[in-house]
Ligand binder design. Structure first.
Ligand code: ADP
Ligand code: TYD
Length: 203
């Protein structure tokens, strides 16, 4: 089963990917955890380039994220699914739809066409959308910054950008209710963890 984790920056995805992996491993499953952009040598390079590199147009960003995704689908996700493992992926194509589409105005049609070309046979079975208002994630990110973590390019965007990203995610969830599960991630970590375990058990 291929499960993706989506939401605005600081919504708690990475925290819950680790907790869900531990739970699934405890249940006796083989689990592969990966992230986007990243998860392959090229993907990690693209991550550095997009998050910490030169200014670029949203189209260039979308195309670079798609290249990282092509590598990840081919080299990591498909092989793991063929071995019968769970794949938990921190972001996938819905992030391009939300950030470059909703946040930066790249045509949704073009993003959809790109996904169809890049990973036609590799789509998530379930997508967990960590939903919360940007002001809440902003407070969480401020806390991690005070603990020494630096904010990347997207994390420095205004709340209005994240409102658009959030709205695009919710639009996507409404269009594909069978795949998406919306998780209220304003709740404490342990409550969110419990909710995810129930969702995945039901799946
Ligand atoms: P993301 O991967 O979505 O950017 P993280 O999992 O890195 O989010 O969480 C961002 C910050 O918020 C971290 O400091 C994390 O400890 C904290 N955090 C995560 N989930 C919660 C939660 N449910 N309540 C409060 N703080 C949280
Ligand atoms: P990441 O560290 O994964 O985000 P988070 O702070 O949520 O843990 O950083 C990835 C950044 O890249 C994040 O700000 C979202 C952005 N992104 C896009 O804009 N488009 C995409 O297609 C993907 C995969 C990520």
């Amino acid at each position: 089963m291929f499960v993706t984790f989506e939401g605005i920056d600081g919504s708690g995805k990475s925290t819950q990917v680790d907790l869900l992996r531990d739970w699934l491993v405890g249940e006796g499953h083989e689990v592969v955890v990966t992230r986007e952009p990243g998860g392959t040598e090229l993907g990690e390079g693209i991550r550095q380039l997009v998050l910490n590199g030169p200014e670029m147009t949203p189209w260039a960003e979308a195309a670079l994220f798609a290249s990282a995704r092509a590598e990840l689908a081919e080299r990591v996700i498909r092989p793991a699914l063929q071995r019968g493992h769970y794949v938990l992926c921190d972001r996938f194509s819905d992030a391009t739809y939300a950030y470059q589409g909703g946040g930066h105005g790249v045509s949704r049609e073009w993003i959809r066409a790109l996904a169809e070309v890049v990973h036609p046979d590799c789509n998530p079975d379930a997508t967990l959308l960590f939903d919360l208002p940007p002001e809440v994630s902003r407070e969480r990110l401020a806390r991690s910054r005070s603990e020494g973590r630096t904010l990347d390019k997207f994390e420095q965007e205004a709340d209005s950008f994240f409102e658009r990203v959030r709205a695009a995610y919710l639009e996507r969830a409404a269009a594909e209710p069978g795949r998406f599960r919306i998780v209220d991630s304003t709740r404490p970590i342990d409550e969110v963890r419990g909710a995810l375990a129930s969702i995945v058990a039901a799946l």
